[in-house]
Design a protein around this ligand. Structure first.
Ligand code: FAD
Length: 414
């Protein structure tokens, strides 16, 4: 295959796709760029779908990553509302669902993830929602406006954000949790217990370790049946039990290595050098955490830029890829840096009941592997920077609020 890259096809017109396209142009790439997406909308941001859009304080059109003129001005061809069905590597083309073929010297896969299915009877009844796209958020908002009692299944980021947003609108919300505490193991027991209390104080009924047995109703949902046969009444159900890579078969059918995502190297290149993957779909190597896949907003932007630079041949250091994510619940902002689930010990600095909030550090053998912050942005940033650098050890000074958090983290001596 020649090294001249005359055309790039980006598959998946979401956050990562839009950023790859923009990144190519910002690096001066002058070839043809096509962004193909199965949704009919311009690429948009998903975080507001469980926050301000669901709360009705942000119009869904405000979520666009770039306005329409951006794509015109930068000569980025948009093919929207048309999924890609296959990659034909021997012909250097991607095959659209309606049979059209697009020629491409490089292909970037950024098809994201899809909601995991619950696998119980009644899942396809009217009134059962997941929250992945604009239409999901709008449908749930309509249900909330009707005053329907709502059952949320799943206590991760999506489930607890939905519960928080809806409870603040005065909705009747019950959360059926798979575990005892919300957002586990990410928040850890102490922060998780504090968040659970916030939900309860704000009127959310949390039902720990209560998996559903079925969703019941005739044509539309009427309730959720539990293992003991009891039924929690509901006119709307939200299923938020995690995601699975979407569009992965495009890669595996073309002989590209996949392993819960498309496996890529430090610059996003797959096992077939002309094909890259980024965003939620990519499984990439890190020095701190091994091979990971990250479903976070910031990663979709930063990794997409690494991929764009790699396509135009810019020399760059391998992507550090320390995960960072935020969530907003009951007017408070949480941020998580690193992978708390890799920690064995947790130490807290500050008091979550105070206006300043708290910072939890997760360590393994005194090495800091992650932090969770309620408020305390500046301190979280300091830990994030330390996670991006050499290994940091936590000293007992961490809990002493008179000591700057940066002084409580010391680089490991070699
Ligand atoms: C409701 C919600 C709230 C979130 N909140 C936060 C948050 O608070 N903080 C945070 O850090 N992250 C959050 N995220 C995660 C963040 O939005 C994602 O990490 C980010 O959108 C990933 O970008 P992406 O481009 O990889 O995938 P996406 O933005 O999902 O885009 C993938 C696109 O590919 C399309 N596609 C799939 N298959 C095909 C195909 N065969 N052909 C063509 N197109 C295809 C899809 O339809 C989709 O439009 C949230 C996600 C959701 C769903």
């Amino acid at each position: 295959m020649s090294d001249t890259v005359r055309s790039v096809a980006i598959i998946g017109a979401g956050l990562a796709g839009a950023n790859v396209a923009a990144g190519l142009r910002s690096h001066g790439y002058a070839g043809h760029v096509t962004l193909v997406g199965s949704e009919s909308h311009l690429p948009y941001e998903r975080p507001p779908l469980t926050k301000d859009v669901l709360a009705g304080v942000m119009a869904v059109d405000q979520t666009a990553v770039h306005p329409a003129e951006f794509y015109q001005d930068n000569e980025i061809e948009l093919v929207l509302g048309e999924p890609v069905d296959a990659l034909d590597l021997s012909e250097r083309s991607v095959v659209l669902a309606r049979g059209r073929r697009l020629r491409a010297d490089r292909v970037v896969l950024c098809t994201g993830v899809s909601p995991r299915r619950l696998g119980v009877p009644g899942e396809d009844l009217e009134g059962v929602h997941s929250v992945r796209d604009r239409e999901d958020s709008q449908a749930l908002r309509n249900a909330a406006e009707r005053g329907d009692p709502i059952v949320v299944i799943g206590e991760g980021f999506i489930g607890t954000e939905v519960a928080s947003t809806l409870a603040r609108q005065g909705c009747d919300v019950t959360v059926l949790m798979g575990r005892d505490l919300p957002v586990q193991p990410v928040l850890g027991a102490d922060a998780g217990a504090w968040l659970a209390q916030q939900h309860r104080v704000n009127g959310v009924r949390l039902r720990p370790s209560t998996p559903p047995r079925a969703i019941i109703g005739t044509s539309s949902v009427q309730g959720v049946e539990l293992a003991d046969g009891s039924v929690v009444p509901a006119s709307a159900v939200v299923v938020g039990i995690g995601s699975i890579p979407s569009g992965q078969s495009l890669a595996s059918d073309a002989g590209i290595t996949t392993r819960d995502g498309v496996v890529v190297d430090g610059v996003g290149r797959s096992s077939v050098p002309e094909v890259f993957a980024t965003g939620d779909l990519a499984r990439f190597p890190t020095s701190s955490y091994g091979e990971i896949r990250v479903e976070h907003w910031q990663h979709a932007i930063q990794h997409a830029q690494v991929v764009a630079a790699a396509i135009v041949g810019v020399e760059q250091a391998p992507y550090a890829g320390v995960p960072w994510v935020w969530t907003e619940q009951f007017g408070r902002r949480w941020e998580i840096a690193g992978l708390p689930q890799r920690g064995t010990d947790v130490v807290r600095r500050g008091d979550p009941d105070s206006d300043e909030g708290a910072l939890w550090a997760f360590t393994n053998d005194s090495r800091v592997v992650a932090a969770v912050a309620l408020g305390r942005r500046r301190e979280l940033r300091a830990v994030l920077r330390s996670l991006e650098g050499p290994v940091s050890l936590m000293t007992p000074q961490f809990v002493d609020e008179s000591v700057d958090v940066r002084r409580a983290l010391v680089a490991e001596a070699w």
